[in-house]
Design a protein around this ligand. Structure first.
Ligand code: NCD
Length: 438
């Protein structure tokens, strides 16, 4: 497999930065105000939309975006009609389709799929949803919708509710909100929380702190009166200090998600959290924007559609605009660039690390060796570079001194990134020719 030094295109909300988002918000406004200026921008360009999972909004809004920019679209919209159903590898499919188009938009049920597509593509790739891992363009339109209602994100409080374990939209949005200085309240359905390692990574990345807050509604939603909160440092407003666990008095937006049954999610009885007209009367939600990536189920009843706080149709409306801005930045950087996002490293394959522990990782279906990347400055963590699952690394060797150290030792921290060699066991490092450095 050809390994790119970095993964080009758009794969994860982890890559965003504030300048990029601010410019994207501006570009969507420009496109909306003067659509004719952009109507020939992709003349002669072909974009391939490959959807190996069901989709309405994402697929059609990408198609609409390309057509409104004057480009042409190739579409695979039914997984049964793609050659994946004949057992073709994702790598081969990417290789082939990238010869037919100038940009690939790919949705796939495996975590990390868009990164494998990118490594085997000659053209940039946009992740349109990969398993439960991420949906970065959904985050862009979610944030665009909030940007149009709020003067600033700083100091806002947003709840993420429902199937956080399997829902990729909430995971991606958590990165975007944290980046913009938003306090994020976690309201998972019982048994459907995300892994603590995922949350820890966001906290570390942005230097946020984890705290608990309470509100009577939390019990209705999650079964517990207290909720975990990811909080930017220095944020104190909006709290009533009664106990050691403060009460939240205001929520600025609530992002609901549906139960991801197709990913094996289940809840007992009617324990899945959602909204009702009655709940909406609670003062906590007085000025709370109601968001949902859609499609919705029982968690978001139709009776709420007329409520001025409902934002979900506006989110969907902004889908083509946000996607036009991205397509322009990727395919017409000459005229409509956006500030660069940080590309993800492709990672280095390492047989000694064994298989990635995530059963839905794309390495499992593609038969790939797990490539690793490292995150965290003061406390390094090794991740599967494809699905971001933490790897069990306890020792690191230095390729220049050929000494191996425990991962969190000062000596290990001094190893420069290009010299890192991760190991699960000390013995494995010694067998590979490293001397024990303590
Ligand atoms: C979401 C998805 O596919 O992850 N839908 C979308 O893109 N708007 C959310 C979902 O399917 O629940």
């Amino acid at each position: 497999m050809r390994l790119l030094p970095v993964l080009e295109g758009l794969h994860s909300a982890e890559s965003f930065n504030q300048e990029f988002l601010a410019a994207l918000f501006r570009r969507t406004r420009e496109i909306e105000a003067r659509p004719l200026e952009f109507s020939e921008a992709l003349r002669g360009r072909v974009v391939a939309n490959v959807f190996e999972e069901p989709s309405t909004r994402t697929r059609l809004s990408f198609e609409s975006a390309v057509l409104r920019l004057g480009g042409a679209v190739l579409t695979v919209s039914d997984p049964k009609t793609s050659s994946g159903s004949k057992g073709e590898s994702l790598a081969d499919a990417a290789h082939i389709v990238s010869g037919y188009a100038d940009c690939l938009i790919w949705r796939h049920p495996r975590d990390g799929a868009s990164r494998v597509v990118a490594q085997n593509s000659r053209v940039p790739v946009i992740n349109a949803g990969d398993g439960r891992l991420g949906h970065p363009t959904q985050t862009l339109l979610d944030l665009c919708a909030l940007d149009r209602r709020w003067e600033s994100f700083q100091g806002r409080t947003v709840g993420l509710m429902g199937d956080l374990k399997h829902g990729r939209t909430a995971r991606s949005l958590a990165w975007g909100l944290a980046l913009l200085g938003v306090r994020v309240v976690l309201l998972p359905a019982p048994g459907l929380d995300w892994e603590s390692s995922f949350e820890r990574r966001i906290l570390d990345h942005f230097g946020m702190r984890l705290r608990w807050m309470r509100h009577p509604l939390f019990r209705t939603w999650t079964g517990s009166p207290e909720a975990r909160v990811l909080e930017p440092r220095g944020m104190v407003q909006g709290l009533l200090f009664q106990d050691d666990v403060p009460t939240l008095d205001r929520m600025d937006a609530l992002y609901l998600t549906r139960l991801q049954r197709e990913r094996g999610a289940a809840v007992s009885g009617d324990a899945y959290p959602g909204l009702t007209l009655d709940i909406l009367r609670d003062p906590l939600l007085d000025n709370c924007l109601l968001m949902h990536p859609l499609p919705r189920r029982e968690e978001l009843p139709k009776e709420l559609d007329g409520d001025p706080r409902a934002l979900y149709f506006e989110q969907a409306r902004l889908g083509p605009l946000a996607r036009m801005a991205i397509l322009l930045a990727i395919l017409r950087e000459d005229t409509w660039p956006l500030p660069p996002i940080s590309p993800l490293p492709a990672g280095q394959p390492e047989s000694a690390l064994g298989a990635c522990a995530n059963p839905n990782c794309v390495t499992q279906s593609e038969g790939l060796m797990t490539p690793w990347r490292v995150v965290g400055a003061s406390r390094r963590q090794f991740l599967c570079a494809l699905c971001d699952c933490p790897l069990a690394v306890d020792y690191v060797g230095c390729r220049s001194t050929l000494r191996v150290h425990p991962i969190h030792s000062p000596a290990a921290l001094r190893i420069s990134p290009e010299n890192l060699h991760p190991f699960r066991e000390r013995q494995e490092a010694l067998a590979a020719g490293y001397a024990w450095g303590g």
